[in-house]
Design a protein around this ligand. Sequence first.
Ligand code: TRP
Length: 329
Amino acid sequence: MKQIALTGIKPTGQPHIGNYLGMIKPALELAEDRQALYFIADYHAVTTVKNKKELQDLTHQAAATWLALGLNPDEVIFYRQSDIPEVFELTWVLACFTAKGLLNRAHAYKAIVDDNLAAGRETDKGINAGLFTYPVLMAADILLFGTHIVPVGLDQQQHLEVTRDVAIAFNKNYGNVLTVPEAVIRKGVMTIPGLDGRKMSKSYNNVIPIFAQPNQIRNQVRRIVTDSKRPEEPKDPDECNVFAIYRHFADAAAVAAKRRLYLDGGLGYGDMKKELLELLEATFAAKRDTYNELMENRDELDKVLQQGAEKAREIAVPVLRKVRKAVGV
Ligand code: TRP
């Protein structure tokens, strides 16, 4: 049997090339020789997104993004978390095996508590119980499918530790029912620098969006910060924010040639930006069209996700049945 790889996608809106290189592309590669289950964690989003239309838009955007960037729904089981009722039944059972102290120490929760305390507010001000129990829902997402590996960013490592702890506690009580998963943590090497050289992130306003109009992308590429060296001066490619992005999209021979040109002198930043822009267009123009088409056919998107949910439930239902039997309900 193939290994099961599962990951949840938080619906966060328009993706940028850092998301693509850091998460989407590696996840699609990982799916090539495993049974992958990738889903949109829309109920997790409800901890913060309380507007109906916003939630639906974000969910559709996430679905269209992954499909446009190459997820094949005939191979990857691709679904919406909220379409799998078994997840929520399992969440309760797992909650009964989750030490509350573990949740008290969860980074995301603790960060808000610390902010509250620093500002002299009540400890749990503004924190709903959904946010507090977020890691339990995540454990259910994973354990419901007998998942072997979970590809995630470093920020999710603690959540995976909670998942493993809960599975082990459950198994200790009832015997070997749940598969204890391994995290596959994406390393920082794929952290993509943004326009200003800091990590590309929406919160730094330094991103290159994938599906924006070409002129918007052009404006962003123009904004990439460089030093003021003249074309004829030798430059260090590893110090250049343009090169740092370019090298992920050009082929190896082109990257090597550019590296030489930086070192020898003769390269102008303006020309380099133009080439980067052309590369980005070549990589993403057709995908942008697909994305736009999908966003205009939301019924179609929903259908793809629902078909994915049916396949996912074929795996989930027997696992939940085993869990219920073990518990005695
Ligand atoms: N919490 C994850 C994030 O913020 C999203 C997520 C939800 C997830 N459920 C999951 C990731 C299950 C991996 C497995 O990115």
